[in-house]
Design a binder for this molecule. Structure first.
Ligand code: DAH
Length: 338
């Protein structure tokens, strides 16, 4: 009897109930006083008592399904009436909510397009990096503090061999290892550091790395490129200055400030009354790094630079709390447009 019930349930789906005549026919066949359901309940009386429970349940479910089928068919009947209203072409369209691009994405695209105009290609690398690409090839000594557990998220692998990349400089190494010279490329991406989350620090953020290697590339080329970049991004009136600094992978190294576009350098609370805003780190690629990547350091020189996307966004959009960028609050995100 169970099989029979199953079969009838399957057949229900094939019933066509698109008119009141067909619905009435259905009702009589299934639910009428001489209908199928009546017949089944009759048959049920002679079912062995140990099977009654299971078959009774199936029978009740079938009854429900038969009734539901009829009810939903009834609502279909009203469809043609509604259809007329929907087809009213003069009716104003319902408003669509259109998403906006994330502010960090907008800034990244803007920076990429500025460098593309002067011949930089784009490149990318993995977020899980090995020690070689994130540190060793970049001339980090074995005991350099940046390798420390405090800073780096190491993966649970033997000898701390893999970590989440702490900077996009790792992509430099991959590009140098796999390209024929000259190269001119920028790499944007997410990086990770083991920092407590606050308004000023986050455990992940975004960087854009630049690299240019050719014969006879000099510090003057670096300065010229960054000056062009700063003017394109912040406006033609800004200028830059380079302050000596230190990074293991560049020699000499510098930090770059741009004149404060808010107060034109005269001093305000954004630039902390210095007239300058720090925007990136840079330098001439250390010959050790070139050699580590299989490049002839006697023939080639190059420059590199790296900037934090959140830092640039903070300056452009005046957003001072880093957490806003990753909290997905629509009230924040909807303010940014192309
Ligand atoms: N990788 C550095 C950081 O995360 C930024 C940087 C500085 C990149 C100088 C460079 C560079 O390419 O030349 O702080």
């Amino acid at each position: 009897m169970l099989k029979k019930i199953d079969r009838i349930r399957l057949e229900l789906a094939n019933e066509v109930l698109n008119s009141s005549a067909s619905r009435e026919d259905y009702r009589v066949r299934y639910l009428g006083s001489k209908g199928l359901l009546k017949e089944l309940y009759q048959e049920f009386k002679s079912v062995a008592s140990e099977e009654k429970r299971e078959i009774g349940l199936a029978l009740n479910q079938l009854k429900q399904a038969i009734e539901e089928r009829l009810e939903t068919a009834g609502t279909n009947d009203e469809a043609p009436k509604q259809q007329k209203e929907i087809n009213d072409v003069t009716r104003p369209a319902s408003t669509e909510t259109v998403g906006t691009l994330h502010p960090l994405h907008l800034i990244t695209q803007e920076i990429i397009s500025i460098f593309e105009r002067i011949g930089f290609t784009q490149s990318e690398g993995p977020e899980i990096e090995d020690d070689w690409h994130n540190f060793s090839a970049l001339n980090f000594p074995a005991d350099h503090p940046a390798r420390d557990m405090q800073d780096t998220f190491f993966l649970d692998t033997p000898f701390n061999q893999f970590s989440l990349r702490t900077h996009t400089s790792s992509v430099q190494v991959r590009v140098m290892e796999s390209s024929t010279m000259p190269v001119r490329t920028i790499s944007a991406g997410r990086v990770y550091r083991n920092e407590a989350i606050s308004a000023r620090a986050h455990c992940f953020f975004h960087q854009i790395e630049g690299l240019y290697i050719d014969e006879e590339v000099t510090m003057a080329d670096l300065k010229q490129t960054l000056d062009y970049f700063a003017k394109a991004l912040f406006g033609p009136e800004v200028h830059i200055r380079l302050r000596p600094s230190y990074f293991p992978f560049t020699e000499p190294s510098a930090e770059v400030d741009v004149s404060c576009s808010l107060c034109q350098g005269s001093g305000c609370n954004v630039c902390k009354y210095t007239g300058w805003l720090e925007i990136l780190g840079c330098g001439m690629v250390d010959p050790n790094v070139l050699s580590s990547c299989g490049i002839d350091a006697k023939k080639y020189t190059g420059f590199a630079f790296g900037m934090g996307v959140e830092r640039i966004a903070q300056l452009k959009y005046r957003v001072n709390d880093l957490r806003l960028y990753s909290e997905n609050d629509l009230r924040f995100l909807q303010q940014f447009h192309l």
